[in-house]
Ligand binder design. Structure first.
Ligand SMILES: *Cc1c(COP(=O)(O)O)cnc(C)c1O
Length: 464
């Protein structure tokens, strides 16, 4: 028998340790994006450690992380290469301010990103989360036009159903009502254009034809408001928080041309879709376009540490470059801007992309995901299975022919979440949409498990 220290006398099993963490947590922690009262009946899941695609609690119970812990993880939990890089960096420098000071990880990361990003994005401005990157891009775009003698350009154009984060500026340019409407009185007004969301295409219409048809609204808006618009903000190819709605790359191509024509910036929010999620390193590559601002976070550090970056063009940088007394500088900062540990995790992540054909081997993973989900297409309550690379979404509906959604009050996705947890898979449906967005180290049999549990969950959630 193992001896226990007296301090642990009250804790008999690892299962008790789970219960203890949960009880203490609910006494002090206020969880994100959560109605805390739900935890009166919905279990909170304590996690002790992670390995690869698996998360494990204190009793050794395992969960397959099918959503990459909110879309951040790329190469598995406790990835040996990223761990080793961080341990080495910890011995050197944990943090230093980036104003007036520099360090090697931030220089190397900026050089690497410049090589990898779409052409012309030569400058890296750092922040520490996705929403802050959006704030930076919005302020920089507005300020650019101001510095260039165009103070009338003050407005932003956004797509319906878009999501760009939770801080007030990011929330204002987003359009998911669930997160936004409460705070409407606090938000700047934006111009919202109908999304090219291909779930809304006509029967028999191709993704491309639908996407082109929807661009007419954008073309018209830019034409009429060009004089007062700073920038258009889009999530390239997939509106992730907006229930994984997707569109054809041609939209980005048309948008780039229209922005050029009307002297409007294009802000590409690749916070979720960047780093290979859609099948190319950056989603913009699929339209062969380069934005004026590229916002990156989430997968940037492989899912390890909070870091974000806004990449922009030399012409934008130059519009701020002048004598101090002109007061044209971008006086924006965050305490942890360019944190050396975050940059080191990002460099180790890029090293994995450089050493292995990640994009190539993900093509096979994406094919397996499609094959594993395919039988669900015939389900009477599945309206659509859609996919862009490593993001696959299954849309449940009440009426398949009419595409009538289930009422949100029924919380059908939650039934799937609970079923999946009981069967060792972390799925977190967005409303009535179940999706897979796993780390890039998922194995074929794990893809099958994820799809099987999702199918069972859909069956249970739609039977009543
Ligand atoms: C997650 C997300 C954000 C916000 O990033 P945070 O780090 O959560 O602030 C912005 N845009 C998109 C597209 C996202 O998915």
């Amino acid at each position: 028998m193992r001896l226990r220290a007296p301090a642990a006398a009250g804790i008999n099993t690892d299962g008790d340790r789970n219960a203890e963490i949960v009880a203490r947590d609910l006494g002090v922690v206020w969880h994100p994006c959560t109605q805390m009262k739900d935890h009166e009946w919905m279990p909170l899941v304590p996690i002790r450690r992670g390995r690869g695609v698996w998360l494990e609690d204190f009793a050794g119970r395992r969960y397959l992380d099918a959503i990459s812990s909110w879309w951040v993880n790329l190469f598995g939990h406790a990835n040996p290469r990223i761990n080793a890089a961080l341990v080495a960096q910890l011995g050197e420098l944990e943090h230093v301010l980036l104003a007036g000071f520099s360090h090697e990880p931030v220089v190397r990361l900026s050089e690497r990103l410049r090589e990898l990003a779409p052409a012309g994005l030569t400058r890296c401005f750092y922040a520490d989360n996705g929403s802050s990157a959006i704030e930076v891009a919005l302020k920089m775009s507005f300020h650019y036009w101001l510095n260039r003698g165009r103070p009338g350009k003050q407005r932003f154009v956004t797509l319906s159903n878009s999501y760009h984060g939770e801080t007030l500026g990011a929330l204002a340019v987003g359009n998911v009502e669930l997160y936004k409407s409460t705070y409407a009185p606090l938000l700047m007004e934006t111009i919202t254009v109908p999304s090219p969301d291909c779930f809304e295409r006509e029967a028999g219409e191709s993704w491309e034809a639908h996407t082109r048809r929807k661009f007419v609204y954008m073309a018209d808006t830019l034409e009429r408001h060009a004089h007062e618009i700073c920038a258009v903000v889009v999530e390239p190819l997939v509106q992730c928080a907006g229930q994984m709605r997707m569109y054809h790359p041609v939209y980005l191509e048309l948008l780039r041309a229209a922005c050029d024509r009307h002297e409007i910036h294009l802000i590409a929010d690749e916070i979720a879709v960047g780093f290979g999620r859609t099948g190319t390193l950056f989603a913009c590559e699929q339209a062969d376009v380069s934005p004026d601002f590229l916002c990156l976070s989430k997968g940037l550090t492989g899912g390890y540490l909070p870091l974000s970056v806004v990449m922009t063009r030399e012409a934008v940088y130059e519009a701020f470059y002048d004598d101090y007394l002109k007061l044209s500088a971008f006086l924006h900062s965050h305490s942890y801007t360019g944190n050396p540990l975050g940059c080191t995790a990002a460099l180790a992540t890029l090293d994995i992309f450089a050493a292995e054909d990640v994009i190539g081997s993900n093509r096979e993973r994406a094919r397996l995901m499609a094959a594993a989900a395919a039988p669900l297409a015939d389900h009477p309550h599945v309206a659509e299975i859609r996919q862009h690379g490593m993001i696959l979404a299954i849309e449940m509906v009440r009426d398949k022919a009419a595409r009538t959604p289930y009422a949100w009050q029924e919380r059908r996705g939650l039934a799937i979440y609970r079923h999946a947890l009981e069967h060792g898979v972390l799925l977190r449906p967005l409303g009535n949409v179940v999706y897979f967005m796993p780390p890039y180290v998922i194995e074929p049999q794990e893809i099958d498990l994820m799809a099987r549990v999702a199918a069972e969950g859909i069956e249970i959630a739609t039977c009543a």
